[in-house]
Design a protein around this ligand. Sequence first.
Ligand code: CA
Length: 238
Amino acid sequence: MNSATPVVLVVEDEPEIATQIVRRLEAEGWTAHSVGDGLAGVEAATTLRPDLVVLDVMLPGIDGLEVCRRIQAQGAADGRSAPPVLMLTARDDETDLLVGLGVGADDYMTKPFSMRELLARLKVLLRRVERARTSVQTGDGEPPLVLGDLTIDRAARRVFRGTAEAHLTPTEFDLLVCLAATPRTVLSRERLLADVWDWADASGTRTVDSHIKALRRKLGSELIRTVHGVGYALEPVS
Ligand code: CA
């Protein structure tokens, strides 16, 4: 964390929703900043270095998709991992579209949503960030996982295909480590959802698909095999 208090950036152009979210987070003792358009969102992500970002898709100026891309590009350029992004959409089919594009948001919620649910999802993302920082600080002492030409340095949370480094979000990294723990073994989307996202219900399987898509884009599509109707398996390539 920047300090003991989590810092959340809220990018939302509907003042009522933005205010509701900020109030709820502040009631939790968190620090929340809100901005009302996409460019201000990108700028605030750079200056504030928030721990988490809540990002509306439909925004004036540049849309949430582009904001998400720029935040991640900025993180990669600075050699640090970008903050997890929870994206707010207006409709379920909009979520489907975003998942299909593999924009790399860490989670999605469709409006209207309950503040309680939003907070629960943000806490999951926050635990991931905390875990990532702790393991980097302590070194964890875990040796790198080497599977064919894929090297996963769990202590530094860095991933290489050959000598080329891939910049993964914290969620993508955890998903890859989960798949890599049992290579060539099919893991169901429900199982991945439970292990990586701590979700007991299967309502978020699209989130898994979205992250698999992002991993394939960053690491090469042949590395992860889809078993239709079942799940995914990591297939090391030498
Ligand atoms: Ca909007």
